[in-house]
Design a protein around this ligand. Structure first.
Ligand code: TYD
Length: 201
């Protein structure tokens, strides 16, 4: 049994995850907890190479191939980084994880959800986050936050991001115990406060 705590942050591009995960990390460290701040795709090693392809490759990428690349990154991440940290009692804070594949490749690209759930299970060997925070923001606001310089995924278009947003909200409806939605149009400090309440619980 893992001794640590596994918390994931999810949401569309430009939802403010990075700001909030950093604030939570700082808070927990100040309280004396050992944390590991990590991300998908591409935390380190092989993951960095996969991230490079996933975000910057400019040729055609089939949705299934795209899913397998995210899943390959996840399997490596879970086995080599997340599980060892949890076994040492560390609080792992992960910027994106399984729900991103469900929202982006499932709801966004239209791949079969059941199949993605099965593949996620294989990639994680069944490990599940103790808590997942979805930062929810309307697509118009998030697109403004992303700005004009977009990577391969960010260039997908408004309708795609509407489906992704809806996907995250659906996941939260289906797993209300694990997945909590926070309104990310609020001021940074207010969002942080609500996240601390959820983590405290
Ligand atoms: P990143 O630069 O990390 O974006 P963000 O700061 O918004 O997290 O890029 C990750 C991109 O990859 C992002 O557009 C979401 C996408 N993604 C998927 O499509 N499927 C996945 O399984 C994961 C983990 C990410």
């Amino acid at each position: 049994m893992a001794k640590g705590l596994f918390i994931t942050f999810e949401g569309g591009d430009g939802c403010g995850k990075t700001t909030q995960i950093n604030l939570l990390d700082e808070y927990l460290r100040n309280k004396g907890f050992k944390t590991l701040l990590t991300r998908e795709p591409g935390s380190k090693g092989l993951g960095i190479k996969l991230r490079e392809i996933l975000l910057n490759y400019d040729g055609e990428v089939s949705p299934v191939a795209e899913s397998f690349l995210f899943l390959a990154d996840r399997a490596q991440h879970v086995d080599c980084i997340i599980k060892p940290a949890l076994e040492e009692g560390v609080i792992v804070l992960c910027d994106r994880h399984t729900d991103s594949t469900v929202a982006y490749q499932g709801y966004g690209r239209g791949l079969d959800l059941e199949q993605i759930h099965r593949l996620n299970k294989i990639a994680t060997s069944g490990l599940k986050p103790d808590l997942t925070i979805v930062l929810d923001v309307d697509v118009e606001t998030s697109q403004k936050r992303v700005g004009a310089e977009k990577d391969r995924m960010e260039s997908a278009g408004i309708e795609f991001f509407e489906r992704v947003r809806n996907g995250f909200l659906e996941i939260a409806k289906q797993e209300p115990e694990r997945v909590k939605v926070v309104d990310s149009t609020q001021p940074i400090e207010e969002i942080h406060k609500q996240i601390l309440e959820l983590v405290g619980r």
